[in-house]
Design a protein around this ligand. Structure first.
Ligand code: SF4
Length: 327
């Protein structure tokens, strides 16, 4: 009987190699990748062309938001709840395994590659708490671990699996050359929750109790400035961000643009009614415009369709700008 495996497929080299090793044993492989506002399927969709296999995409936004609020196994250096995220992904892949009539799961995990989420204890926890431990084969590092069901049953040949350990990439890169694999993304590329600046912003959002998709999308766009306790201004860095910022404006937000010169869009949230904050926001928006004037006209309105008001402001000076910038 021809066996089938579901590969947790991020598009990174380790996931491509794991799938290829199993494919080369005559086992059918299907991939699954996960999306949320913090990571997407682009890299997986690109790399999967190396293998010519179907790729299923599962949106786990709700689950990741839940884990950001409470992650039983804690976070990495950023806001990345990697152990719990792996458990979640393996559970989801397990459902797909049953649905697709597959016999086991594979991942590109390597013992010791990530200090917190891929040490022996963490791999054991992931297997145990996902409840798929015995079905979970890690082809790149299998020889460092106890044989799993697919190995014991002879569905895969353990002798053809690998015993890679640690953070070095030489073995994987050699293997990629040998197997003619050219398309793969950089290790851990893609997850914003590992980015230090983004993580800090997410933690601030969590402290304010404001974690939702709109806020997260705003965090991903533009330059950010804090103009008061909770007042924040987001200034677009290019046309695409300008558009996105305005699309994300909620009722009560103020939207800014410079009149007469090319310049960014700005969005002020939680700015209240204080003229002082409005002027400050306008002076920042003016600072990033092409206006050479001492006084620049900035137009603003209250979303969604408030009356447009024009004010004349001087650009903020660099020193003050740096104090307000969310670095
Ligand atoms: S790096 Fe991001 S996507 Fe990957 S396991 Fe950690 S939290 Fe999940």
């Amino acid at each position: 009987m021809k066996r089938k495996a579901i590969s947790l497929f991020s598009g990174g080299l380790d996931s491509v190699l794991s799938a290829k090793i199993i494919q080369n044993q005559g086992i059918e492989v299907e991939g699954v990748c996960f999306t949320s506002p913090f990571f997407n399927a682009e890299e997986a969709e690109e790399s999967v062309r190396e293998l010519d296999i179907p790729l299923w995409t599962v949106d786990i936004t709700k689950d990741i938001f839940r884990l950001l609020k409470f992650s039983p196994h804690g976070f990495g250096k950023g806001a990345n709840p990697c152990i719990d995220c792996h458990i979640l992904m393996i559970k989801k892949a397990g459902f797909l395994m049953k649905e697709r009539g597959a016999s086991f799961l594979i991942t590109g995990e390597v013992l010791g590659e990530r200090p917190k989420s891929q040490n022996r204890a963490a791999l054991n926890i992931i297997g145990k708490e996902s409840k798929y431990g015995d079905y979970l084969l890690r082809p790149l590092t299998a020889k460092n671990l106890a044989p799993t069901l697919p190995e014991r049953e002879g569905w895969v040949k353990r002798e053809s699996l690998l015993g890679i350990k640690g953070r070095g990439r030489t073995t994987q890169l050699d293997l990629a050359r040998k197997l003619n694999i050219e398309r793969y993304s950089s290790p851990a590329g893609g997850c914003l929750l590992t980015d230090p600046i983004f993580s800090r912003r997410i933690k601030n959002l969590l402290m304010q109790g404001g974690l939702n998709i709109n806020e997260v999308e705003l965090l991903k766009a533009g330059r950010h400035f804090y103009l008061g306790e909770s007042a924040k201004l987001i200034v677009g860095r290019d046309e695409e961000e300008n558009k996105k910022i305005i699309q994300l404006a909620l009722e009560g937000d103020f939207c800014f643009r410079v009149v007469g010169f090319p310049g960014p869009r700005g969005l002020l949230r939680n700015g209240g009614e204080r003229g002082e904050t409005i002027f400050k926001a306008a002076s920042i928006v003016a600072r990033y415009s092409d206006s050479p004037l001492n006084k620049t006209t900035v137009e603003y309105y209250r979303a969604p369709d408030g009356r447009k008001i024009s004010i004349s402001v001087s650009s903020i000076n660099n020193e003050e700008l740096e104090i307000l910038r969310d670095k």
